[in-house]
Ligand binder design. Structure first.
Ligand code: HEC
Length: 137
C-alpha cells in the first residue's frame, strides 16, 4: 500500500516536471523563419541573448549563460521554447529573462505593460534558428 502511494507521488512529480520543462509549439511555429530568428538573436536591443550566451553562427557572445553550441543534442524544441518563454517556473532564481510572459516582470516601461518581450512569431523564429544552427553533422 505504502509503496503504491510513493510510486503515484513520483509519477505526479515527474509529470509536473515535464509539463513545466517544456512548451508545445504555438500556432506561429508553422511560419517560423531561421533568418528572422538570427536577426532577433543578434540584436542587443530586441533580445540581448548575445550579452549572456555564445551562439553558433555569431561572433560576439557573453559568458553569463551556457554556450548554446550543440543545443539541439541536449534539448527538444519544446524544452528550448520553454527556456526562452519563461524559465522561472523551474528555476525561480534564474538570471535568464522571461521573454514570453507578462507576469512578474520588473521595471517594465508603461507602453510595455501587458506585452511580452518577444512576439509568438519571434519566439518560434528563435527556436527555429537554434535548432538549425546546432543540429548534428
Ligand atoms: C541576463 C543573461 C541572459 C540573457 C540576456 C539570456 N539568457 Fe539564456 N540563460 C541565461 C542563464 C544564466 C542560463 C542558465 C539557466 C538558468 O539560469 O536557469 C540560460 C539558459 C538558456 C538556455 C538553456 C541552455 C542550456 O544548455 O541549458 C537557452 C536555450 C537560452 N538560455 C536561450 C536564450 C535566448 C534565446 C536568449 C535571448 C532571447 C537568452 N537566452 C537570453 C542567461 C541569459
Amino acid at each position: 500500500m505504502k509503496h503504491w502511494i510513493v510510486c503515484a507521488a513520483a509519477l505526479l512529480a515527474a509529470h509536473a516536471w515535464a509539463a513545466e520543462n517544456s512548451m508545445p509549439p504555438t500556432k506561429s511555429a508553422a511560419t517560423a523563419n531561421v533568418e528572422r530568428g538570427r536577426k532577433l538573436l543578434i540584436s542587443r536591443q530586441e533580445t540581448g541573448c548575445v550579452l549572456c550566451h555564445k551562439i553558433p553562427g555569431m561572433k560576439e557572445g557573453g559568458d553569463m549563460g551556457p554556450n548554446l553550441g550543440g543545443l539541439s543534442q541536449r534539448m527538444t524544441a519544446d524544452q528550448i521554447r520553454q527556456r526562452i518563454a519563461d524559465w522561472r517556473a523551474v528555476n525561480p532564481q534564474t538570471f535568464m529573462p522571461a521573454y514570453f510572459s507578462t507576469k512578474g516582470l520588473h521595471n517594465v516601461a508603461k507602453p510595455q505593460i501587458g506585452k511580452t518581450v518577444l512576439t509568438e512569431q519571434g519566439l518560434e523564429d528563435i527556436v527555429a534558428y537554434l535548432l538549425d544552427a546546432t543540429k548534428g553533422p
